[in-house]
Ligand binder design. Sequence first.
Ligand code: CA
Length: 672
Amino acid sequence: MNRTVMSIIGLAAISLGSHAAEPLSPCQADARFADFPTYNADDLELLVNDRGTHFTLWSPEAEEVTIQLYDTDRDTAPTGIHRMTRSNNGTWRFTSPDNLTGKFYTFRVKYDGKWLDETPGVWAKAVGTNGKRAAIVDLASTNPEGWESDHGPAVASITDAIIYEMHHRDFSVHPSSGIVNKGKFLALTELATHSPEGLATGIDHLKELGITHVHILPSYDYNSVDESNLATPQYNWGYDPQNYNAPEGSYSTNPSDPEARIREMKQMVKSLHDAGIGVVMDVVYNHTGDNEGSNFSLTAPGYYYRHKADCSWSDASGCGNETASERAQMSDYIVESVKYWAKEYHIDGFRFDLMAIHDIETMNRVAAELKAINPNIIIYGEGWTAGDSPLPVEKRALKENVARMDGIAVFSDDLRDAVKGHYSDATDRGFATGKPGNEETVKIGIVASTAHPQVDYTKGNNSKFPYASSPTQIINYVSCHDDLMLTDKLAKSMPGATEAERQRADKLAQTIVMTSQGTPFIFAGEEIFRNKKGVHNSYKSPDSINAIDWSLKAENADLYKYYRELIKLRKEHPAFRMTSADDIARHIRFDKTTEPNLVSYTITGNANGDNWADIKVVFNGSDDARTIKLPNGEWTVIARDGNINATDGLGTIKGGKKINVEPRSALILARQ
Ligand code: CA
């Protein structure tokens, strides 16, 4: 039994008075939290106005609370320690008549007779080095020029988005990036940067590639990188949250200046917006980096987390703990936190890590409140957990429950594993690498897991029913930061294959992603065949594993051109971006194919307002050529045998006969 749980027992005994002889078990205490008052007014934790500086901490079971004021972000004694006064709705308050902008503070809670460690609270919007002390800053002074009129791209439907997932350090730290602010937010503000071969890198590269949204790996303040020692290269993905409402210091040019990380992150957003690119934040409210030492535990012990029946920490995250979104203050916290990022930083989308640890009701509130702020915001997440949870399955924001979530999409592990092979078995192959038996699951991916009369869900590998009610609920991908990225998966599962052969499979896999209904998602650098040297969990691997070598752009120019054209094809043709399950069922006709590793279909009838009447799409993942019967008419060849030209095509072909589909390739044809 852990210390937090023990102290809950103690406090329960105190608060129940005459029942002190029979204290509530901590698991019963979990149930009691449902009755706690909540508080989420705008002055929570910090408010500065002309009457002074006001501190408000939510901690219903605290016995005493103090606030420590400091002149600096670390290594100095407090300039004052003040008792806070118990106030409404579980809060404690202290007001200084002075404007304390420029100063730092921490809270300290006495709980079960013991003083806990200092904490910046759970709502610190600005912090100093390593996030230990909260800072009092004037947020308005951190806004870059033109911020009032700044906005991200319009998104009529999430299916119009093309998402590019990146880690700040991966993207810019390699010398070949030509970027000055390597590994920093500011890397994404630098224009006209290029590789040694003279090819575009940075923002210019993203514009050239044509993606619509950059999805940045965790960029709130996290634990694992020591911000006081940035001269030593350190790497972490950042799935160890510390301060949810302040940017990570190691991505700023000066972690000890609380304004720098805020200003520089806003500059990044502004520069991407100026380039027409939206910014999606990876948010990890499902667990914290620390257990007893987290800011949640140090302000309201026990409340923010779930426990197992034996009273130990429940761990659906696989990271040591899981948060309790079903509790009102935590649910409000998640909602208010993403709203803060959307309003203060103009963030255009949120990717929820292990979203199924959260309850459906909270996620629906997230979507509704975000879209009320900005209808262009996109929301998606991992519709699974990493371990079991006390939250009942029917309440979890699971991918199988996505039909009950409005305005939220989930990653399709169905398409992912079917196309490239199972994620947990490096050598397993998939549809695009010649393993038969994945054809029906590829079709499930093509129709975005919606009901379709020609798709037999009983043959699906991962899910056995059409769990999505709309293609807007599905994110398609074959590669992300987790597990073997596509390049490495191809290397491990196709031993002995030449690089040219692996790149054919790569093109086929991404053609499936980019032409399927739903929203496509790619991993930074795979467009130039970057690899991670076969490391499947590179969360703390050095730059030598994670950094993108931009010289690969010249080396793999043909592959890069293919990706660009694929993206262009999708953007120019709404038939690949239908917005309803009905449209998909009406416009997609699968051919009856029985040969392994062959899927063939037609998008008919100027789907979704497309200027092409019919689009024929054929995927051949086998080692052998296949033939298909092409209907009558004059067809323009858009993609064939590893080549693609989205706008002008690669020539024409007469229908009414059988035509060849080359091994491990996609064939796309169109007619007016
Ligand atoms: Ca940090």
